[in-house]
Design a protein around this ligand. Structure first.
Ligand SMILES: Cc1cc2nc3c(=O)[nH]c(=O)nc-3n(C[C@H](O)[C@H](O)[C@H](O)COP(=O)(O)OP(=O)(O)OC[C@H]3O[C@@H](n4cnc5c(N)ncnc54)[C@H](O)[C@@H]3O)c2cc1C
Length: 232
């Protein structure tokens, strides 16, 4: 019965899936964090004035969402940043793909929390949210300032982040209590009270939930908080 169901679903899957090609794979050191360049032919990226995520097929009948961090509409290419330090089908897929591989995806959707014309954008999250924050940086109005903090457990990843991106997002060590590190980073900066500051929270769902509560407890109004749990 299960075999029949899987065969039927496999047929349906083949009908709805679209395909792309892996153009490049860049492993950070250690290799548990990866960048994948994708070629998605025929896809019109010129209208992406919001953040998007791609529902990738990572195993038979198994899908995971990854954020398009940067894209070039002319060449139909974009880059994913994947935190693959844990064991899961998405991690295994990201660690196994090679240059030239074909991959499948179901669809591309708009992610909530696309940039708004606020004067100050503050991003807080973990490694899985790096792509989301890079997309926000690409999309933010030129007049906005951009800052924040990102939890990365590996020291070498934090060093690479500083060296590659040179962006005003501070990489922080991921201790047991990641939310506490981000709350400490926030305290004393006077961001809660500033009506022109908007907060983007992404990554682990519990982390995002707790940060959201902290912001609300400190008087940050709901419209100034864009929160999205990615996993956990
Ligand atoms: C809108 C959206 C956008 C997303 N964009 C990205 C992105 O750009 N990059 C990215 O890396 N992920 C992103 N994610 C998360 C991604 O879709 C997967 O949920 C995640 O990678 C885990 O998939 P998995 O199959 O590897 O592990 P799962 O099978 O889902 O989980 C296996 C185990 O690993 C734990 N786990 C899962 N993810 C992590 C992690 N990052 N760190 C530590 N432990 C983890 C889980 O809690 C669980 O215990 C996004 C999710 C959403 C909803």
């Amino acid at each position: 019965m299960k075999m029949l169901r899987d065969a039927t679903l496999g047929l349906v899957e083949r009908k709805v899936l679209k395909t792309g090609t892996i153009l490049a794979v860049r492993q950070w050191t250690p290799s548990s964090f990866l960048e994948l360049d994708l070629h998605l032919p025929g896809l019109d990226m010129s209208k992406w004035d919001y953040t998007v995520h791609i529902k990738c097929r990572v195993a038979p009948l198994t899908y995971r969402d990854y954020t398009a961090a940067g894209w070039d509409a002319e060449t139909h290419t974009c880059t994913l940043y994947i935190d693959a330090a844990h064991e899961g089908p998405g991690s295994l897929w990201a660690r196994s793909v090679e240059v030239g591989d074909c991959f499948s995806y179901v669809h591309i959707s708009r992610t909530t929390g696309s940039p708004l014309p606020f004067a100050q954008v503050v991003c807080l999250g973990d490694g899985s949210s790096l792509g989301h924050f890079l997309a926000l940086r690409q999309l933010k109005p030129g007049s906005s300032t951009f800052s924040g903090a990102l939890l990365l457990s590996e020291k070498q990843h934090r060093d690479s982040f500083d060296a590659f991106f040179q962006m005003p997002i501070e990489p922080l060590a991921y201790t047991d209590n990641g939310a506490g590190c981000l709350e400490k980073w926030l305290s004393g900066k006077g961001l809660y009270e500033d009506p022109e500051t908007v907060f983007y929270l992404a990554g682990n769902a519990r982390l995002v939930h707790r940060l959201r509560k902290t912001l609300r407890a400190n008087g940050v109004e709901r419209p100034r908080i864009h929160a999205q749990g990615f996993w956990g």
